[in-house]
Design a protein around this ligand. Sequence first.
Ligand SMILES: Cc1cc2nc3c(=O)[nH]c(=O)nc-3n(C[C@H](O)[C@H](O)[C@H](O)COP(=O)(O)OP(=O)(O)OC[C@H]3O[C@@H](n4cnc5c(N)ncnc54)[C@H](O)[C@@H]3O)c2cc1C
Length: 418
Amino acid sequence: MTESIATPRTTEVAVIGSGVVGLSCAFHLREQRRDVLMIDPHGFGKQTSHGNAGSISTGDVLPQSTPGVLLTGLKMLFDADAPLKLDFGAWSSWLGWVMRFVYNGGSSRVLPFINAMHAINDASRASWIELSEAIDARELIAETGWLHVYSEEASFEKGEWERQLMRERGVSHQVLDARQLRDLEPGIGEMFRHAVFQDQALAMRDPGQFCKRLGDALLARGAHALRANVAQVLPGKGQYRIVTDQGTVHADKVVLAAGVWTNRLLRDLKVKVPVIPARGYHLMYPDQPGLVHRPTLWAERYMVLSPMLPGIRMTSIKELTAIGRDPDYRYIQRRDADARRLFPALAGQPVAEWAGYRPCTPDSLPIIDRVGDHDVYVATGHGHFGLTQAPTTGKLIVQMMSGSAPLIPLEPYRLSRF
Ligand SMILES: Cc1cc2nc3c(=O)[nH]c(=O)nc-3n(C[C@H](O)[C@H](O)[C@H](O)COP(=O)(O)OP(=O)(O)OC[C@H]3O[C@@H](n4cnc5c(N)ncnc54)[C@H](O)[C@@H]3O)c2cc1C
């Protein structure tokens, strides 16, 4: 991210947050030739958008909360190997949220969330191809599909509900037996006998590099960037005053895409969104060509092994916490043995570890909306699917701003649902 003394302090649209969501909004705004200033203290894609599993999961239909989630969650809390962790020192951050989360998973309530999850994920394959081609970064998006593997017969059978939902919505997928799975991924562990392969899903080869390329492409197309931490967004006469640690910026319109930090920026507009941080972790292993060919999810462990340009990335853990609490890297270090059960030929020791916050809503759907009569737009709460949904979110924000017909119905993503 570059900035100079010439970085303008007055702009038509200020986009606060340069993760994959903010950058995608900025891209579609620039496509409309709007004057755009991107503001972020860390540069392009340095937070959650850098460390994810890289699956552009266009075929996934399930929210995180589904019927039976309470029992499953309680069992996980007594299993040290389970991916769910609660940071009890931060209980006031997540307790109310968890109650709404469990409620939303009820069998009589969950269907609209499934439909909305499908709508945005399904639209995102075309959005990703369009975006990556437009900035000449198509080689970072691989057509490898998304593989879910099962170690237990019972959970594979339970997954029939999800497969039925995918069939009903026309999601392309194949159910693989042990032999077919090995044809696709010869290095998979012996214990995996069933799999579901979503062949139309895409894989990001390097999420951090993609954000950097997208930010640089935006600068080349005339957008501006300011490295600054925004303290306040204040409504004014016809313009918004954005108070930062590098001085004040004036903008006609503001897009708030600051991931889990978005609530702080909504304070002066008297709005609060139920977005909490669900921390995830990754370990990076040295590159091993041919070991794993696509993001591969071990369904029972909620662990993904992904081949990326910088090496092999293992992601896991959903830790409900609060902003600013220290990560506990032992959670992901303990998953090293499982990574080697998933792909037994995985060699070498981890070379890096990372933790980042998924911005999660209690219905697992993003918030894509305008704040009342303000010229302030919110794009956050993408949770486990922010990489997948970012370019479609950018399109929807711009369509909302310009009053044109939305690509998909906007109601499920509105603020008013809370
Ligand atoms: C372990 C893990 C694995 C994942 N795997 C996948 C996956 O395979 N597929 C998928 O689709 N999704 C995945 N996700 C989710 C996805 O990464 C996130 O949903 C997505 O990155 C959120 O993007 P964002 O732009 O909203 O947030 P962020 O990337 O966190 O960006 C927010 C930005 O706002 C900036 N900011 C914050 N406060 C301020 C302020 N006051 N002023 C200015 N700027 C500010 C921050 O510096 C940051 O750059 C995963 C997440 C994790 C943690």
